[in-house]
Design a protein around this ligand. Structure first.
Ligand code: FES
Length: 160
């Protein structure tokens, strides 16, 4: 098998297993470890997780595709996920999304040519009280404004 956990992640995986009654129950934290190490859940990575947890590849794929936080394709350095669910839409999410698209010159589901940014639309991220919002990598950016999101992209572009 081409992909496998580093020694450090193998240890983390073994530790994760001790927190769950069955291997199957540990699938989400195992996905996080895999995504952290491999960048996204490729077919090979999902097969590896299936093997580790004694599950069928079809079951693992089914779980992985259910959750938007697990990337099934490579993403850029900054993964911009704009929430376009109800509360965010009522507070201007479509405008925010449009600003990001124009600024980056890409559409939803696309990655910039320099691989610095990937843009996606996501369902509610549980931060409706601070809508409109977006998640970029592990961080939430809330109460976004068109000017603010453009400044944010500019700032991130310098750090990539
Ligand atoms: S609708 Fe956007 S965070 Fe809930």
């Amino acid at each position: 098998m081409a992909v496998q956990f580093s020694e450090a992640n193998r240890k983390k995986f073994e530790e994760v297993l001790t927190h769950y009654p069955t291997k199957r129950a540990a699938i989400l934290p195992t996905f996080w470890l895999a995504q952290e190490q491999f960048g996204f859940l490729s077919n090979e990575a999902m097969e590896y997780v299936a093997q580790l947890l004694d599950l069928s590849p079809a079951y693992v794929r089914g779980v992985a595709t259910f959750y938007t936080m697990f990337n099934k394709e490579p993403v850029g350095t900054h993964h911009v996920q704009v929430c376009t669910n109800l509360s965010c839409t009522l507070q201007g999410a479509e405008t925010i999304l449009g600003c990001v698209q124009t600024k980056l010159g890409i559409g939803v589901g696309e990655t910039t040519a320099d691989k610095k940014f990937t843009l996606n639309e996501v369902e509610c991220l549980g931060s409706c009280g601070t809508a409109p919002m977006a998640q970029i990598n592990d961080d939430y950016y809330e109460n976004l404004t068109p000017e603010g999101v453009i400044q944010l992209i500019d700032r991130l572009a310098k750090t990539a």
